[in-house]
Write a protein that binds this ligand. Structure first.
Ligand SMILES: Nc1ncnc2c1ncn2[C@@H]1O[C@H](COP(=O)(O)OP(=O)(O)OP(=O)(O)O)[C@@H](O)[C@H]1O
Length: 248
């Protein structure tokens, strides 16, 4: 079965520096892939290339069988690739519910959204996503009073409102408490039932908890890919990545 996302021989140079070097990976629909690697390995740049934020020097990105390499960022988003960045972009003065409505309609006027969401189906969809994101009891709270973890879950839920087939996340647990990390792992396990995910992550404990597949990058290239047990047993990975962390 072809992957929902296929990256073929991707390279990217900034001026004379090649930061992505003939990198290939495939993500099968319904799986959660963790993209790991030392600082500067090229993980964020790869995500930028997949979402069309920047364009590769060579290589191809295929999504759901379609070549999206040359497409504009907004076209790629509309095709079903959602991204949650590390820095939250919630509207702090609106409630959790209003933020989710804005994410769906892309309209920041709460009154417009109030009418729109009375239409059949949308309220149910919002409630379902709020439950998935662990926010069903917080819908009427102002987003500005949420904890850091809750704000991250709201952001994830906002991306889900756009119904992405593939969801990319940059270090989603950065700054979270232990309890929030555990809850985030549970949310991700639920998400995997309906979406395909790529999570860029440094915390190997969290990766162990959530990943179906782990892909390791090193100096812009693929170093290894496999289950977490295969990756942890791989001497090359230990040398360049885990070894480096132990030494830090
Ligand atoms: N716009 C740019 N111009 C020049 N070099 C860049 C640019 N963007 C990224 N780089 C370089 O590309 C390399 C890969 O960076 P990238 O942020 O993709 O790594 P990363 O694996 O996400 O690292 P980290 O884990 O620290 O976030 C780094 O050496 C970085 O300095």
């Amino acid at each position: 079965m072809p992957g929902l996302l296929e990256i073929h021989n991707l390279s990217k140079s900034f001026d004379a520096t090649k930061v992505i070097n003939d990198f290939s990976m495939e993500v099968v629909e319904g799986t959660l892939c963790c993209l790991v690697g030392p600082n500067g390995a090229g993980k964020t740049t790869t995500m930028d290339l997949v979402t069309g934020r920047i364009k590769p020097t060579s290589g191809k990105v295929i999504f759901a069988g379609e070549d999206i390499t040359a497409k504009h960022e907004h076209v790629i988003a509309r095709a079903g690739i959602g991204r949650k960045f590390q820095v939250p972009a919630v509207l702090r003065d609106l409630t959790v519910r209003q933020n989710l409505e804005v994410a769906y309609s892309r309209q920041t006027n709460p009154f417009w959204n109030l009418f729109k969401f009375r239409k059949a189906g949308l309220k149910e969809k919002l409630d379902e996503i709020a439950t998935l994101g662990g926010l069903s009891g917080r819908l009427n709270e102002r987003a500005g009073i949420l904890s850091h973890g809750e704000t991250q879950w709201l952001e994830i839920s906002m991306v889900l409102m756009q119904e992405p087939r593939l969801l990319l996340m940059d270090e989603p647990i950065a700054g979270m408490t232990e309890g929030e990390i555990e809850k985030t792992a549970r949310i991700f396990k639920d998400l995997r039932k309906t979406a395909t995910l790529i999570v860029v992550e440094h915390d190997m404990g969290f990766v162990r908890e959530i990943a179906d597949v782990v892909t390791v990058m090193h100096m812009g290239s693929l170093l290894a890919t496999g289950t977490i047990s295969e990756i942890e047993a791989d001497a090359r990975v230990r040398d360049v990545y885990l070894g480096e962390k132990e030494a830090a």
